[in-house]
Design a protein. Structure first.
Length: 319
């Protein structure tokens, strides 16, 4: 190409309308969540990405798939997302990470609300995850023991605690149980695993009137929280939960990470990856924000006294 032809070409480019010059190919984000959309917040994810310049109907398409608390469809939904060839994947919950990592080693995966990703083999270590996976955990070591401590503080005569979870959706439960059992020896209480997997096994908890309950982080229990709370209410026993949503629906108390904050932080990693960052170079981050919620109406119904000190540090006190 001679000088005259080059100048002519530059003139043609300069004459193009501004929108044509600015147009970029639409990127694709695939989201696989163990729980129902409204629990984590599909709208919240879109809003956070929009703040970083990624807007639906403009330069990004978000394909959301939800298992609604049921492990069975997660594999099928993972296949659907991989077939769409997304630029990046967001995995919400441990089963989502398990299924997606089996299907791709090249598409970047950002996870959120996942427990102990190193022990579960998702990443090599927190500082240098390696591979195509990174994200944000919802649990640190002492937290499980803290739940048990809180339960014994509000019910000092408690001698037995059932630890409730679904093994299919909470494969990390043995990790937490070890921490809880260590704390139980110091607190002089007996801990009993209480796996649940359907409505019938949840209903069976209503017959356990001789104990307190500790509900582990598990999207199955989240999806079935109405059945779970009904059984606990029938048993009239104290319980500590892993999410404030249980307390808002009538549970006694919760001490938890802020899932909304995790999603905002995950959106930041998605933004960085879409702009060229590699998951292997983005460290896995532990939770930085915790919140205590208590339900005074439930406490009164159970005859549980919540100390002024506890109420003073609560982030949310439901009357």
């Amino acid at each position: 190409m001679n000088r005259r032809e080059c100048l002519a070409l530059l003139g043609m480019i300069a004459a193009l309308p501004a929108p044509v010059l600015a147009q970029q190919p639409t990127r694709r984000l695939g989201v696989l969540s163990v729980t129902a959309d409204e629990v984590i917040g599909q709208a919240r994810l879109a809003e956070t990405l929009a703040a970083d310049g990624w807007k639906e109907q403009d330069n990004i398409k978000i394909d959301w798939r939800s298992g609604a608390g049921d492990r069975a469809p997660i594999a099928r939904l993972a296949d659907e997302l991989i077939a769409l060839k997304p630029d990046v994947l967001l995995a919400i919950g441990t089963p989502s990470v398990e299924e997606l990592r089996q299907r791709t080693t090249t598409i970047p995966i950002v996870f959120a609300v996942v427990t102990d990703p190193v022990s579960q083999g998702f990443v090599k270590n927190l500082a240098h995850p390696g591979g195509n996976i990174t994200g944000f955990t919802d649990y640190d070591g002492p937290l499980a023991g803290k739940w048990l401590e809180m339960l014994t503080q509000v019910t000092p005569k408690l001698s037995r605690v059932l630890v409730v979870y679904n093994p299919a959706t909470a494969p990390f439960a043995p990790l937490m149980l070890r921490t809880i059992e260590d704390a139980a020896r110091t607190l002089h209480v007996t801990v009993e695993p209480a796996p649940v997997h359907d409505a019938a096994s949840i209903a069976g908890l209503a017959a356990r009137k001789d104990c307190g309950l500790l509900i582990l982080p598990d999207f199955f229990t989240m999806a079935n929280r109405a059945h779970l709370l009904a059984a606990i209410n029938e048993a009239r026993v104290p319980a500590v939960f892993w999410s404030r949503s249980f307390v808002e629906a009538g549970g006694l108390m919760s001490y938890s990470t802020d899932s909304a904050e995790q999603l905002r932080r995950a959106a930041n990693y998605i933004d960085r990856i879409l702009k060229g960052a590699r998951p292997a170079d983005l460290p896995v981050q532990n939770p930085t924000k915790f919140e205590l919620a208590v339900n005074l109406k439930t406490a009164r119904a159970l005859g549980v006294t919540l100390s002024p000190g506890l109420l003073a540090i609560a982030n949310d006190v439901i009357e």
